[in-house]
Design a binder for this molecule. Structure first.
Ligand code: NAD
Length: 476
């Protein structure tokens, strides 16, 4: 007995019958999503506090407001995004109409992780629903949402409350862990949008390959943070600590480790200590502003990492509370466990390099990260890091502020993922870009050139006609 079959059949039928056709219907779904956020704000904050001990400040900033912002942006810009995009023509198609049409894919699956369980479910959902709004499309994307089974309180709200705000003909929430998701992935989807670990990303991509389903994989990894000698240590400490300990470090774009000289480390450590005390007090465990580790499995994994190098700051933990203190490790070897896996917790190792060249070499020896950070008063140094490395995103002199801009694409490269979203990039991700050329039925004489019998002169003329506007016609 397949628990997903009926739901998927219903959504597919809705897509094919065009029940989800009108722009008004689609805009209503987006507005419904907005109402869900507004009318259930306290419920959502409570659920995020239960799952991750998130403060209302963090929940509002990184979950509710970001999702709301994407909805507003989509509703405001949809008419422009969904317009056919006119493209240049060559001589041979001068009289024709050439354009790119954005079409919805059909049945879309969104699989989300637990660390930002609302944001990472709803922001892709906005893109999937928005991409269906084209007036010219026979139907819109229909969406299956698979929230994380680990952030249980948010999973419950998404399963029980969200469907009241969306039409069930284009949307369904399905629940389950690895086994059920494996079963779900045996079905054919037209697009899969996955956020999670590289390990599961490979499972998703393998399953998608069976149906030749295109995927976006938003994965994780180890994000380097280079700190130059030419920096104000207190400013760096404030910025690094804020984005390392936000959500108790369970953030895919958080800096995973710091690379700096031994001299800068000496200056950075007291600055980090002073920042941590200022942010979380003398006893961070009692601070309402510090999150908790999501579950025992993650807690035990993180606690094992505290044994790497030497603890310079923090290092305390409390299993009953799933609490790990904001921690800084020094004297860490590259071969130690903390440098082998994505940390995903409030632990920051500092590794020493002698120069910016050594830092660049260190970064380039490893998998391409999701984000890379460089701190320096010298714009030359920041630009060197930018030019001589590769990563999904880059931010000079701050933490993950680059991802607050919906005008920038968000996504990984290499082992940190493929594809991108946020703002218009989400709309484009969930749309098939159809190449369209509408020719005239008449003027057949002009086509004589391409029909046999061939001649060198005809080929020359044809090549000029097809390449005049930069068309490189490999067919010939
Ligand atoms: P995960 O890969 O364990 O789980 C993600 C989703 O996959 C969940 O919904 C889960 O139910 C499902 N899943 C788990 N095992 C599965 C299996 N065997 N088969 C099919 N589905 C399975 O990730 P997580 O622990 O929830 O999240 C943490 C990871 O996600 C980190 O690596 C982090 O960097 C990454 N992440 C990336 C981004 C990004 O935007 N790039 C954002 C947040 C988290």
């Amino acid at each position: 007995m397949d628990p997903f079959e009926d739901t998927l059949r219903r959504l597919r039928e809705a897509f094919h019958t065009g029940r989800t056709r009108s722009a008004e219907f689609r805009a209503a779904q987006l507005r419904g999503l907005g109402r869900f956020l507004q009318e259930n704000k306290q419920l959502l904050h409570d659920a995020l506090a239960q799952d991750l001990h998130k403060s209302a400040f963090e929940s509002e900033l990184s979950e509710v407001a970001i999702s709301q912002g994407e909805i507003t942006l989509a509703l405001r810009n949809l008419r422009a995004w969904m317009k056919d995009e006119r493209v240049p023509r060559n001589l041979a198609t001068q009289l024709d109409s050439a354009f790119i049409r954005k079409e919805p894919f059909g049945l879309v699956l969104i699989i989300a992780p637990w660390n930002y369980p609302l944001n990472l479910t709803l922001v892709p959902l906005v893109g999937a629903l928005a991409a269906a709004l084209s007036l010219r499309c026979p139907a819109g994307n229909c969406v299956v949402l698979k929230p994380s089974e680990i952030s249980k309180s948010i999973e419950k709200v998404l399963a029980e409350v969200l469907p009241r705000y969306l039409d069930e003909s284009c949307f369904a929430v399905v629940l389950g862990g690895p086994q059920e998701t494996g079963q779900l992935l045996e079905h054919r989807f037209d697009y899969i949008f996955f956020t999670g670990s590289p390990r599961v990303g490979k499972i998703v991509m393998t399953a998608a390959a069976k149906h030749l389903t295109p995927v976006t994989l938003e994965l994780g990894g180890k994000n380097p943070c280079y700190v130059d000698d030419n920096c104000d240590p207190q400013t760096v400490a404030n910025r690094v600590a804020w984005f390392r300990y936000f959500n108790a470090g369970q953030t895919c774009v958080a800096p995973d480790y710091v690379l700096c000289s031994p001299e800068m480390q000496e200056r950075l450590l007291p600055a980090l200590q002073s920042t941590i005390t200022r942010f979380y007090g003398d006893d961070p465990q009692s601070s309402p502003n510090l999150g908790r580790i999501i579950n025992q499995k993650q807690f035990q994994r993180l606690r094992a990492l505290l044994g790497c190098g030497h603890v310079a700051i923090g290092g305390q933990s409390d299993e009953s509370d799933r609490y790990i203190a904001p921690t800084v490790l020094v004297d860490v070897q590259e071969t130690e466990l903390v440098m082998q896996e994505e940390i995903f917790g409030p632990i920051l190792p500092i590794l020493n390099v002698r120069s910016v060249d050594e830092a660049i070499e260190f970064i380039n020896r490893r998998e391409k990260p999701l984000a890379l950070y460089a701190f320096s008063n010298s714009s030359q140094v920041v630009k060197r890091l930018l030019t001589q490395t590769s990563s999904g995103g880059f931010c000079g002199n701050d933490g993950f502020m680059h991802m607050t801009l919906a005008s920038l694409p968000f996504g990984g490269v290499g082992a940190s993922g493929m594809g991108q979203y946020h703002g218009k990039f989400s709309f484009d991700t969930f749309s098939h870009h159809r190449a369209c050329l509408l020719r005239r039925p008449g003027m057949e004489k002009l086509n004589d050139l391409r029909y046999p019998p061939h001649s060198p002169r005809r080929l020359r003329v044809l090549l000029v006609a097809m390449e005049a506007r930069g068309c490189s016609c490999t067919l010939l």
